[in-house]
Design a protein around this ligand. Sequence first.
Ligand code: HXC
Length: 515
Amino acid sequence: MSVKQKTIDLRKRMQEALQGGGSKAIEKQKATGKLTARERIIALLDSNSFFEYDLFVEHSGKDFDMDKKYLPGDGVLTGTGTISGHPVCIYAQDFTVAGGSLGYMHAKKITKIMDHAMKLKVPIIGINDSGGARIQEGVNSLAGYGEIFYRNTQASGVIPQISVILGPCAGGAVYSPALTDFVFVVDKISKMFITGPEVIKTVLGEEISMEELGGARVQAELTGNAHFFAESEEECFEQIKKLVSFIPWNNTKKAEAFPKKSPKTKSYKIDSIFPTNPQLPYDVRSIIRAISDDSDFLEIHERWAANIVIGFARLNGQSVGFVANQPLVLAGVLDVDSSDKAARFIRYCNAFNIPLVTLVDLPGYLPGIDQEHAGVIRHGAKVLYAYSEATVPKLTVILRKAYGGGYIAMCSNHLRADFVFAWPTAEIAVMGPEGAANIIFKNEIINAENPEEMRKKKIAEYKKKFANPYVAAAYGYVDAVIDPSETRHFLIHALDISKDKQETRPYKKHGIPPF
Ligand code: HXC
C-alpha cells in the first residue's frame, strides 16, 4: 500500500472508532440532554487544542460473548490539551459504549493519562459518565479501579484533580471522584451512588428514584460530595475554566498572577453591608466582594453547609482562599459539616501554595445533642488541625463575634496566623455577654431587688470589659485594630510582605488528622 492508501486506511479506522456506540446510542444520549464524550472535551478545552491518544485500544474481555463485541476506544477518550493556554490531561467516559463501564483496558487508558499528568505536573480532569466496574470483566474491572484510586491518592496535593459527573455514575465511578479535589455536577444529568435504586430495592426493599438517591442537588446540597452545581453542561465547563484560573498547575508553583483590579465599590460598600446593630445578620460574601479584585469571588460548596463560606478571589492580582463565617446562616457557627468544609479547603490551599484569608464572625461551635452525637468534637478538631498545619501566609480579620472555641479555631494568632487584624466592632471573649453575665453574675442577679435591671447592668459591664478587640490587642493576640475601610489595604500589604514566607514543621511521615 502506498502512503496515501495507508493514510486512507487510517482515516477509515479512525472514522469507525470515532462513532462511539453508534448513532442510536448517541441519539439516546442526546435525548437525555447530554453531550457526547468528545463534544464535552472540545467544549471544555481551548479550541483545536485536543490531542487524542489510544483511540485504537480494544477491550480484553473474553467472557459472556464479550470477545465478539467491538467497543470503540473501550468506552473512554483520553488525551491532552490546553485551558487558557495551559496544558491539562483529560479523559471522558463514553456512556454510548457499554454504558461507559470500566473494563481492564478502559482503566489502563485512564491510568496511562493519569501517569502522564503526574510526570508532566499538570492537572488531570476526569469526565465521568459510567455504570462503574464492567460486570462482564469481573475482578479485572475491580483491579482497574484499584489502580485509579491508588493514583488519585498519589496525585493528591501534587497536581490538581478535577472530576466532572455527567451521567449516572455508580460504584468506582464515584469513588475516584471522591478522592479528587473538586467535583462538578449538573442538574438533572449527574447522578452519583455506590449502589443504584435497583440494588437498594432488591436488598432493602426500598424504592427511590436515581434523582432522589443521588441527583445533582442531593450531592451539592445534602451530602457535600459535589463542590460545584451547574444548570447545564456548558455552565459547568465555564465553572471549571474559572476554577483553574485561580489555582496553580502543580504544587511547586504559585497561582498565575492577574492584572490588579479594584473592587466594585459602588455595588459593595462595607459601610452599607455591615449592620450597625450587632444582633443583625449580613452576607459575608458581600464583604469578600467589597475587598477583592473586581469584586470577583468564586464560591465553592455554595449550597452545602452555608454557615461557612469558602472560595477563591484575588487581592492585587494574587489568588487567595477565603474562609468566612456566614452570619446569615445559623449565625455562622461551626458545626459538623461546616468544619469538614472549611478544613478540607484549608488543606487544599496549603497544598497548592494559596494564601488563606479568614474572616471571623461566629458565636462558637454549635451546641446540641444532634451535633455532639454526630461527632462535632472530631469534625470540629479538623479545623484546628488544618489551620495549625498550614504554612502558607495566613491572614485573619475579626469582624465581629469571636467567642470561645470559635475564636481559637478561626485562624487565631495561637494557631499561627501571620497577621490578625480586628475591626473596632470585634468582640473577642470566652462567650457572648448575655450568656457570660448569666453565669458569672448569677447570684447578684438572683438576689437583686430588680433582677432584670441587674442583668442588664451586668451585661453592659461585661460588654464594656470584654466585648471589644482591645483586651486581645493589649496581649498582642491582635496585631492591629483597623478601620474596616482599610481592610483591603492591610491585607494586600500583609500578602506582599509574606511572599517568601517560610515556616517549618517537625519531621514526620505524615500527621494523623481527625478524619
Ligand atoms: C457492564 C453496563 C454496566 C456495567 C451499564 N452497562 N452499567 N455494562 N457493566 N457496570 C450497560 C448496560 O448493560 C447497557 O448496555 C448500557 O450500559 C446502558 O445502561 P442502561 O442500564 O440501559 O442505562 P440507564 O438506564 O441509564 O442506567 C444506567 C445505570 C445502570 C444506572 C448506570 O446501567 C446500572 O445500574 N448499572 C450497574 C451499576 C453498578 O451496579 N455498577 C457496578 C458498581 S460496583 P446495552 O448493551 O443494553 O446498551 C463497582 C466496583 C467498584 O463499580 C467499587 C469500588 C469501591
